[in-house]
Design a binder for this molecule. Structure first.
Ligand code: GLU
Length: 306
């Protein structure tokens, strides 16, 4: 495993076309785009890393896995009245389908869906309490209390909130959001601003590798059926309108973020986190996808084969 990761990191270092940094969040554009990290956590407690695997980055939409998990824990199947579970085939910030579907977003991983999930988990709580709950959950699944929000990134998103605010007001006009739009967006931008490195992220994914059980503590995070369903949603919707391409090239459930990270789950085998800042035209990490494609070729890890 270590050899595979070292080879991938060496190959990624040679890549010249590293994609485009998401400059619509100006704070993200301050990061050096020449970095690449990969980490693999396995259920027996091992961690393998290569490249910049201990550099912190903005996990952005990868956080939507964690809020979905919290929401399913709180609302159970009631969550599906707030948000659907079909792939959208649209960009991450698209408003198009919302009108056809009366303000109910297609799935929890497009921005509108994640905003609806935040509204659902707030359930009358103050934004600070909800943020505390999200961070506590991340600390629990990583066994690492050093993980924090990056308030500068959250503020940068709030300052450039127009598209996400439009999605939120549009949903609110259909009576879909219960809370004040700015409060919901404040929570959403902070959850996206969580900073983690590849090692922490790989470790966070282990409960989805092991049927919902947190391997650090042996405690069940979510029941087996829900863990399986979150993995299905990641497979179908985890890369926006690039989800089909990701399933074709990687063949594992995954979730990307515009900070250049991707968390990928190989059920029963391991959790793989990759990070490289530059994105492809859809908004998924360009080298991250390439590295994962090499990784599955070398390991044979796939949900479609033994
Ligand atoms: N915070 C980002 C946004 O709302 C998340 C997008 C992403 O990571 O795909 O635009």
């Amino acid at each position: 495993m270590q050899q595979i990761l070292d080879d991938i990191a060496a190959q990624m270092a040679l890549e010249t076309d590293r994609g485009k940094v998401a400059d619509y969040i100006p704070q993200l554009a301050h990061v050096d785009p020449n970095q690449f990290g990969i980490a693999v956590a396995t259920p027996d407690g091992k961690m393998y890393t290569a490249g910049n695997a201990s550099t912190l980055f903005s996990i952005q939409s990868i956080s939507k896995i964690f809020t979905l998990t919290i929401a399913l824990g709180k609302l159970g199947d009631g969550l599906w009245t707030h948000v659907g579970r079909e792939p959208s085939g649209d960009p991450f910030n698209s408003i198009v389908m919302l009108e056809h579907e009366t303000g109910r977003p297609r799935n929890p991983f497009i921005n509108a869906g994640a905003i609806a999930v935040v509204d659902a988990i707030m359930m009358g709580h103050e934004p600070k309490e909800t943020l505390g709950e999200i961070l506590q959950f991340v600390h629990f699944i990583t066994d690492d209390e050093s993980i924090r929000f990056d308030h500068k990134v959250a503020a940068s998103e709030m300052a450039h909130k127009d598209r996400n605010a439009s999605l939120a007001y549009f949903m609110k006009s259909f009576g879909r959001l219960k809370h004040d739009v700015d409060k919901v967006l404040g929570v959403y931008f902070h959850q996206c601003s969580i900073e983690m490195n590849c090692q922490q992220l790989a470790s966070a994914g282990l409960y989805l590798v092991s049927n919902g059980v947190d391997k650090h503590s042996g405690v069940r995070v979510i029941n087996e059926h829900r863990a399986r369903r979150i993995n299905s949603l990641m497979m179908m919707c985890g890369h926006y309108d690039g989800s089909g391409e990701f399933a074709y090239r990687v063949g594992l459930p995954g979730k990307s973020g515009v900070g250049g990270g991707i968390l990928t789950i190989a059920p029963g085998k391991g959790s793989i986190a990759v990070w490289s800042l530059g994105l492809d035209h859809i908004g998924n990490s360009k080298l991250g996808l390439k590295a994962l494609e090499l990784f599955v070729q070398e390991t044979g890890w796939s949900v479609f084969a033994e």
